[in-house]
Design a protein around this ligand. Structure first.
Ligand code: GTP
Ligand code: MG
Length: 187
């Protein structure tokens, strides 16, 4: 069990979104425990009540910051909750499964919803999950390049092997911090 450390002055809210079963909950479980746990229960609404496994702390420029990762359900029936809980977002991760093309194609669907609720820019990362299953890849790197058109940073990761998991959250946290510093919304 982890607790918010009192010295953290800044809290960033990162939303983790994408279709059902792309691996959102497994990813944050991996980030928190450094272990892969398969067959976690499907997320109901947002995994927020159980805050213990979605808070991560980093030191950036020697300043302690906490990120709160909001892990949303990918199911349509929870869309009203998704809309409702978007307020205050400072960063986003769109997760798709590299072995499932429709999970990649769903980006516009998710992004339109977010755009209808949030009218400011924030760092957004595209992340392909389940890299350990790359022999079943259905989303090619050229499709990805074409889609993101150098607008969004792109990573692939595996919650099974742990590859890139830490790196993604660390990088987006640094980017949020740097951006907010630049626009003087902090410090
Ligand atoms: N091989 C492999 N399987 C994974 C990986 N990440 C997740 N899975 C599996 O994918 C399935 C779905 O994972 P979840 O984390 O529950 O997916 P989710 O995106 O949270 O789904 P919802 O809560 O329904 O939106 C589970 O069977 C996981 O074990 C991965 O990196 N590699
Ligand atoms: Mg989930």
């Amino acid at each position: 069990m982890s607790f918010l450390k009192l010295e953290s002055k800044y809290f960033f809210k990162i939303i983790l979104f994408g279709n059902p079963s792309v691996g959102k909950t497994t990813l944050i479980r991996r980030l928190e425990t450094h272990k892969f746990k398969s067959n976690l229960p499907k997320t109901i609404g947002v995994n927020f009540a159980n805050v213990t496994h979605i808070i991560k702390e980093y030191y950036i420029d020697n300043i302690p910051i906490s990120i709160l990762i909001w892990d949303f359900s990918g199911e349509d029936r929870f869309l009203p909750y998704f809309r409702m809980w978007l307020r205050g977002t400072t960063g986003g991760i769109f997760l798709f499964d590299i072995t499932n093309k429709s999970s990649f194609d769903s980006f516009d669907y998710w992004w339109n919803i977010i755009r209808s609720e949030i009218n400011y820019d924030f760092p957004l990362y595209f992340v392909g999950s389940k890299l350990d299953l790359s022999e079943n890849r259905k989303v090619s790197t050229s499709m990805i390049k074409q889609k993101i058109d150098n607008i969004y940073p792109y990573f692939e990761c595996s919650s099974k092997s742990g590859e890139n998991v830490e790196k993604i959250f660390e990088k987006i946290s640094i980017e949020i911090f740097t951006l907010r510093k630049k626009f003087k919304s902090i410090i």
